[in-house]
Design a protein around this ligand. Structure first.
Ligand code: 5GP
Length: 198
């Protein structure tokens, strides 16, 4: 098969994959361009605020990873990356706030400026836990950057320093966010049909 034919086949496969997943989406909430514009805006703001601070950006796996990779391409200052992975107990579509660290950070954050990169804040309990955990290491500062926020779902007082969009209480997927490990690779964010997870 010729190179162009292989490319076409690959494009058709991608289209089929997107179509398959699209049927599970009740509504596209944020399209690709809207997300990219916001990510650019957040990157610019972080670049201004952290000039000469060499921040450590800690991405919460796995949901935050797409957001992180797009975001750092829009940050013009030196920075360091690290990753943290947590497991939450209980319901698959709701966080219990009882978390276990599966992968801790490798960087010593003592005296450093830390920015936590999270996909979505729901109850806020996960971030509260991470924030308190980090503060024990005596960083210079800890700020939160979250692409999405569900303000009506907060169960704790949480301040999001860099926020992308406010959303309602629906369960959303795409752009890193999953349901049962699916949908992370959608370039947009959509509301998952209730019948998929109930
Ligand atoms: P919290 O501790 O704030 O209640 O939960 C935060 C985590 O729950 C997020 O990092 C994400 O993994 C998951 N989560 C909360 N709401 C949603 C949602 O609407 N969709 C998806 N895919 N995950 C969510």
């Amino acid at each position: 098969m010729k190179k162009w034919q292989l490319k076409k086949l690959e494009q058709l496969r991608e289209l089929k994959k997107d179509k398959e997943m699209k049927t599970d989406i009740a509504e596209v909430l944020l399209d690709e361009q809207t997300i990219q514009n916001k990510v650019m805006e957040l990157g610019k703001k972080i670049s201004e605020d952290y000039k000469d601070k060499n921040p450590v950006m800690v991405c919460i796996l796995k949901g935050g990873v797409i957001f992180l990779t797009d975001l750092i391409k829009n940050i013009s200052i030196p920075l360091e990356l690290d990753f943290m992975s947590l497991s939450s107990y209980g319901d698959t579509t709701k966080s219990s706030g009882v978390v276990k660290i599966k992968k801790d950070i490798d960087v010593d954050i003592t005296g450093r400026h830390v920015i936590i990169i999270e996909d979505i804040v729901d109850s806020g309990l996960t971030l509260k836990y991470i924030n308190e955990y980090f503060k024990r290491h005596k960083p210079a500062s800890v700020k939160i950057c979250a692409l999405l926020d569900k303000p009506e779902a907060h169960k704790t007082d949480i301040y999001i320093d860099y926020k992308g969009f406010k959303v309602g209480n629906e369960f959303v997927v795409g752009y890193g966010l999953d349901y049962a490990q699916k949908y992370r690779n959608l370039p947009y964010i959509g509301i998952l049909k209730k019948e998929i997870y109930s």
